[in-house]
Design a protein around this ligand. Structure first.
Ligand code: IPE
Ligand code: IPE
Ligand code: MG
Length: 239
């Protein structure tokens, strides 16, 4: 079997972690059990990414639209997030992992915001891998927030309309300073983007697997990376 070529790794991998509910349903379990198992997968994939040398890992953990779910499910997800952050701090410190968030995180419960801020502060000087959690995240909302930011800078005479370039837009997004994802993975076989990183994925390679997120593991991840390495990225130029 071919190995992953460590020289051609994607710099930035983004993952739509989908399928926790279906995993639980197939086993006759409560959805929350699926989320719990999904959190174990997050741990595995973070560790593996760091081990193989991925520089940026961005995980879609909770969308702006996920607030529409029943309060009990939302509460359980927030509790799992709190637990994950508390348990993983040591691992992040030992392995040089920096935590970032993207999204309208002001909507998150106060305890979650506090634990997030604490983890972000404590890991801010780590530089081997940046783990970005998309929380209360929506791609359209992100673009809207960028527009509002740019408009207010114009109103305050800090910039003029001629300063509005692709670069300025990129730098006004939540992902400012991050490279665009090279590889976008979606688990559980849905062929849609679900409002994730709309601006940033314009030239990302997409890998969709029917595997449900709780069953996603190192082998499947390696398969996605190898698949990525076979792709011919042309960016619109002639091949
Ligand atoms: C992904 O699993 C986790 C979140 C969206 C928070 P789902 O909960 O969407 O699982 P399915 O899609 O119902 O299987
Ligand atoms: C996308 O999954 C959001 C996350 C993985 C956090 P959803 O389950 O919310 O997406 P849809 O509803 O299938 O589009
Ligand atoms: Mg889903």
């Amino acid at each position: 079997m071919t190995q992953i070529n460590s020289k051609q790794l994607p710099e930035h991998v983004a993952i739509i972690m989908d399928g926790n509910g279906r995993w639980a349903k197939r086993k006759g379990l409560n959805r929350i059990r699926g989320h719990r198992k999904g959190a174990d997968t997050v741990r595995k994939i973070v560790t593996f990414s760091r081990e193989i040398g991925i520089r940026w890992l961005t995980l879609y953990a909770f969308s702006e639209e996920n607030w529409k779910r029943p309060a009990l499910e939302v509460q359980a997800l927030m509790k799992l997030l709190n637990l994950f952050l508390k348990n993983e701090l040591k691992e992040m410190q030992e392995n040089g992992i920096q935590l970032k968030t993207i999204g309208r995180t002001a909507r998150l419960p106060k305890t979650t915001r506090q634990i997030l801020q604490d983890t972000i502060d404590k890991t801010s000087s780590n530089s081997d891998m940046t783990l970005t959690l998309a929380l209360s995240y929506g791609g359209r909302q992100e673009i809207l927030d960028a527009i509002l930011k740019i408009v207010s800078q114009i109103e305050e005479n800090k910039i003029s309309t001629s300063d509005i370039t692709e670069k300025l837009v990129s730098n006004s997004l939540y992902t400012s300073g991050m490279p665009d994802p090279d590889l976008l993975i979606r688990t559980s076989g849905e062929y849609r983007i679900s409002n994730f990183l709309l601006w940033q994925i314009s030239y990302s390679e997409i890998y969709i697997t029917p595997t449900l997120w709780p069953d996603f593991g190192e082998n499947e991840y390696e398969k996605a990376l190898k698949d990525y390495q076979m792709r011919d990225r042309r960016f619109g130029a002639r091949g």
